[in-house]
Design a protein around this ligand. Sequence first.
Ligand code: 13P
Length: 256
Amino acid sequence: MRNKLIVGNWKMYGTVKETRKLIFQLAVQWGKRCDGVEVGVCPPFTSLFVARDELKESHLRLGAQNCHHEPKGAFTGEISPEMLSELGCYYVILGHSERRTLFGESDEVVSQKVRAALDWKIEPIVCVGETAAQRESDETEAVLARQLEASLASTMPEDAPHINIAYEPVWAIGTGKTATPLMAQSAHSFIRGQLRKKFGNLADGMTIQYGGSVKPQNAFELFSQPDIDGGLIGGASLDAEAFIDIIEAASSASQR
Ligand code: 13P
């Protein structure tokens, strides 16, 4: 049985003050361990240090939203996996569609970052997903296959237990339009099939999260699908109450 994984992607939200408050609400005021669910939060780089301290006594894990693939060098404005590892980051989100479209990240770059993260023992959460136009022209599976193959080109079967995939249809991100549970399940099952081609039976143990307008109202039904192993949560992860409801929905779904 796979555990569910719920990770908050805070994006460019969360000053140090806001981070302290949100993590206090999650880790201290609530702080419950929910059966069958692992939880992570990915604040902006500038809040990682304070988040690490606030999370110290809790079971919530820390993650980052991006990293460079080189260990160090003249790369103005970039952050290396070693720096993230030093701050106790357990996860790093890589290849998010916002990075792909707004910052020109290619699958090849994502693949280099995935390798670097794994080498530093940080679990990548590798994002893939089609645009609305690609879905309308029936290219969803071709896009997913291409993104997975190229973004994971640097990995080997022994990496499989440390890699998480997030299926995030671009048209569902921040739009309030969620994929229906069946639509998402079909994409997740296709993704698992692709992972099986690459990693064999290890694919059955890999976590595939869904991301795109997950809210307390739709979380349980999404997470009850057989190949949906939790969520990568944007907007709703900035509200402690909503994020906790989503974690609890994942726990209930894991016990079905
Ligand atoms: P929303 O939950 O705000 O749609 O964002 C999803 C996302 O991009 C998570 O990485």
